[in-house]
Design a protein around this ligand. Structure first.
Ligand code: SF4
Length: 302
């Protein structure tokens, strides 16, 4: 007779997987979990549009895909345009499936920015999620406009000299109905934002900081710790903007008080990509983070 597994004896619930394990992501890569949490909220009536990126590889090949919903693979610059057309066509057909773009920072802030900005300006009815690993990871860790100041990449061997493009704030200035930032270290906050965005009509934008162990040069066991420190140091504020109203969320509400924020060095020291930063570079970065929070304080007061 077959032995009854221990988890059944203990009545433990096995959570359903929405994005399956055994995919091609690197060890410690947060992307599969981020997709799993996204799809858990969005449900089966979802179509993903994925431009060229690590996710294209993770989504599988002709031998099978870990995604439990249909995936449209798109050219780098075209995802927001394809999603716009899909969303309109589904509406014409009377189908209420949700269209979600799942794109990296290069496809969102650089190569595909024209179509992202255009779709936002037209207020297309799509959810756009940018998983931001702060470089073109899939093609060999080249800098993007969202790579932070001081970070090593293969095209910034001495550390990037320019600041990260403030994309969530740029999207906020498009006056779209919903904008949010999120982090895999705070999955309930992330899912709550996706849940809100799901039912909003129009262009919704969620920007998810997505640590990459080989690209950021940290041990693959530290993904969540790195993601958490990004928030705790104030480098990655958690917020949402609903119809123009700006609100901090979760732990970031208390971080408006500068004394509650950890120094940026706590975040930088875990990552090899920042190892070439000088004392002056670190000071510049700390000042930039503090200046961003001055701006956030103004937004909260409005
Ligand atoms: S290179 Fe980075 S983002 Fe790409 S699959 Fe590996 S860990 Fe994930």
């Amino acid at each position: 007779m077959t032995e009854v597994p221990q988890y059944i004896k203990e009545k433990k619930v096995i959570r359903q997987q929405y994005f399956l394990r055994g995919n091609a992501a690197c060890p410690g890569c947060p992307i599969p979990k981020e997709l799993d949490l996204l799809l858990e909220v969005m449900g089966k009536k979802t179509v993903l549009v994925v431009p060229a990126s690590c996710s294209t590889v993770i989504m599988g090949d002709i031998h099978g895909s870990p995604s439990t919903v249909p995936v449209v693979h798109s050219a780098f610059a075209a995802a927001a345009a394809i999603a716009s057309g899909l969303s309109r066509e589904l509406k014409i057909k009377g189908d209420d499936a949700k269209v979600v773009v799942w794109a990296g920072d290069g496809a969102t802030g650089d190569i595909g920015f024209a179509t992202v900005s255009g779709a936002a300006e037209r207020n297309e009815d799509i959810l756009y999620v940018c998983y931001d690993n702060e470089a073109f990871m899939n093609t060999g860790i080249q800098r993007s406009s969202l790579t932070p100041y001081g970070a090593w990449t293969t095209t910034t061997p001495a550390g990037k000299r320019e600041f990260k493009k403030p994309l969530p704030f740029i999207m906020m200035d498009h006056k779209i109905p919903y904008v949010a930032t999120a982090s895999i270290a705070y999955p309930f906050d992330y899912q709550a934002k996706v849940r809100k965005a799901k039912d909003v009509q129009g262009f919704r934008y969620v920007h998810l900081l997505s640590p990459c162990p080989p690209g950021w040069r940290f041990d693959s066991s530290l993904t969540i710790e790195v993601a958490k420190l990004a928030v705790e140091t104030g480098i990655w504020p958690l917020f949402e903007v609903i119809n123009g109203e700006f609100n901090l969320t979760g732990i970031s509400k208390v971080l408006i008080d500068k004394s509650k924020r950890k120094p940026v060095t706590e975040y930088l020291k875990l990552q090899g990509r920042f190892s070439k930063m000088s004392e002056n570079d670190i000071k510049i970065m700390q000042n930039a983070v503090d200046a961003m929070w001055d701006y956030i304080t103004e937004l909260v007061k409005r």
